[in-house]
Ligand binder design. Structure first.
Ligand code: G4P
Length: 289
């Protein structure tokens, strides 16, 4: 089944970002550390344009460290400022704020020279759904100095969170939907939970996931589901897992639906281990960046 999903409010969301970004000094672009390529949207780069930006690889706690290191090197080579982050646990937040501050420094200096000492640098978070934007905003809000009121005039109706001295974060993130033209990316987005479960075929996604895991992470799969070895097709492995985990219906048949759900849930929660799906080596087959 081909995954095809274009929510109607996409154009509106895009317009909203374009409007907000005008008043932003530094952009925080969030990607899913497990699938940086699949969770990116080329439109975001266009919208950021020449503005300084920090690329945040979020959910780093769920990603394979070795693969993540390669991604960090890859983006740094492209001149990007990259931070690996665990928004839920908070690891990496300080480094991220430091990087944003560094990018903001020239503006602050410039304003100071002109006597505008009270002006703060404004930042906003952009990313696809489920990448962790709200989690990050909440984390920053909780550790923030204060929630600032509307800045009258130019930013009417907007709420800002002061995340450091002279550094404000717009509390509404910019949401953009991923491009689903590439079916490998689409399946990986589905596997990680970035696209709604109602628009993809679960059997298809779980079969592809198991197929990839059995190539790149066979030991993790065996350990999690207490399998002696991986044999047969991905469907055989799924059935084996179903049996091991007691997903059985009358007639001693495997409850496949339940097994698919279980695997997907456990993968998303990181219970199978730290696993990355996008690899730097995938780049030529995607042609996505
Ligand atoms: P969004 O605003 O970009 O749509 O994403 P949101 O913050 O709602 O996060 C989506 C899910 O990802 C949430 O899980 C959230 O807890 C989880 N998440 C966000 N950042 C991280 C991270 O760095 N590491 C890990 N492991 N998880 C992260 P959920 O199951 O939908 O909600 P909850 O039960 O965790 O609250």
């Amino acid at each position: 089944m081909v995954i095809n999903w274009y929510p109607g409010h996409m154009a509106k969301a895009r317009r909203l970002i374009e409007e907000n970004i005008k008043i932003i000094d530094v952009v925080i672009e969030l990607l899913d550390a497990r699938i940086p390529l699949s969770s990116s949207n080329p439109m975001i780069s266009k919208m950021i344009g020449q503005k300084p930006s920090v690329l945040v690889l979020n959910k780093a706690d769920l990603a394979d460290t070795a693969v993540l290191e390669k991604w960090i090197a890859y983006y740094r080579q492209q001149g990007r400022i990259v931070i690996a982050l665990d928004s839920k646990g908070g690891k990496g937040i300080k480094s991220m704020v430091t990087e944003v501050r560094k990018l903001a420094a020239p503006k602050l200096e410039h304003w100071q020279k002109r006597g505008l000492k009270t002006r703060s640098v404004r930042t906003m978070i952009l990313g696809i759904p489920n990448v962790g934007k709200s989690t990050l905003i909440n984390k920053l809000s909780r550790s923030s100095v204060a929630r600032t009121a509307d800045k009258p005039g130019e930013t009417k109706g907007k709420q800002w969170v002061r995340i450091a001295n002279q550094l404000d974060l717009l509390d509404t993130p910019g949401v953009l939907w991923p491009k689903l033209e590439n079916q490998i990316c689409a399946y990986r987005l589905a596997a990680t939970g970035a696209i709604s479960d109602t628009v993809f075929d679960m059997q298809d996604v779980v079969t592809k996931l198991i197929s990839e895991l059995s190539v790149h992470y066979p030991q993790k799969l065996c350990d999690r589901y207490k399998l002696d070895m991986l044999s047969g097709t991905p469907q055989d492995i799924i059935e084996h897992i179903g049996r091991k985990r007691g997903c059985i219906v009358s007639g001693n048949l495997i409850d496949l639906e339940k097994t698919y759900k279980l695997i997907l849930k456990e993968y998303r929660e990181g219970k199978i281990g730290e696993i990355s799906l996008d690899r730097v080596e995938d780049f030529p087959i995607k042609g996505k960046i």
